[in-house]
Design a binder for this molecule. Structure first.
Ligand SMILES: [Ca+2]
Ligand SMILES: [Ca+2]
Length: 177
């Protein structure tokens, strides 16, 4: 009886630890919710002030170039990337900060350095009918990875993590593979 009781207790402790690990990171930052909201509003203010054509669009969003691009600072998942857009997330699994470009007909080449999103990408979605690429360096140079039309990846992998500096969207779905 005593042994069983101890085992149950041990299991409860382990379960409690697992729950804590899952609950704390949330968007990948071990900070209370209030601090996270403060960090987001500071980022909105900083990027709005420092980048051309940027303006706040709600507490957690910035749009650039009159709506041709934007950052959602509190993305919860893939569905935040609307159809017709190409999106890049700071976090794995389509979470955290998300920069988007669209609509499809208006996207060509972009430098993430123009939008305060340099070297952050950990997951992406190409929700257009056109192939696209992202690049390690500015102006579509350096190591590059294909983003096939209507594809996404939840994790770019250790070696490609936080490297993306520019991107391009092509005119059809045959440009890369
Ligand atoms: Ca990242
Ligand atoms: Ca880079």
């Amino acid at each position: 009886m005593r042994t069983i009781s101890l085992k149950v207790k041990g299991a409860a402790v382990v379960l409690g630890t697992v729950v804590s690990i899952v609950a704390i990171p949330g968007a990948g930052v071990a900070a209370p919710a209030g601090d996270e909201a403060g960090r987001r509003s500071a980022a909105v203010a900083r990027i709005s002030a420092n980048y051309a054509d940027a303006r706040p669009s709600g507490p957690d969003q910035i749009v650039f170039d009159g709506g041709q691009a934007g950052i959602n600072f509190a993305s919860r998942g893939f569905d935040d990337c609307l159809s017709g857009r190409v999106c890049f997330w700071d976090g794995r699994g389509f979470t955290g900060w998300m920069i988007w470009y669209g609509p499809e007909s208006g996207i060509t080449r972009r430098n993430f350095t123009d939008n305060g999103f340099n070297d952050l990408t950990s997951s992406w979605a190409n929700r257009t009918a056109r192939d696209a690429r992202w690049y390690y360096d500015s102006n579509q140079s350096g190591t590059t990875r294909c983003m096939n039309a209507n594809h996404s990846t939840q994790w770019v992998g250790d070696s490609d993590n936080d490297e993306a500096t520019s991107m391009a969207v092509f005119t059809d779905n045959q440009a890369c593979s």
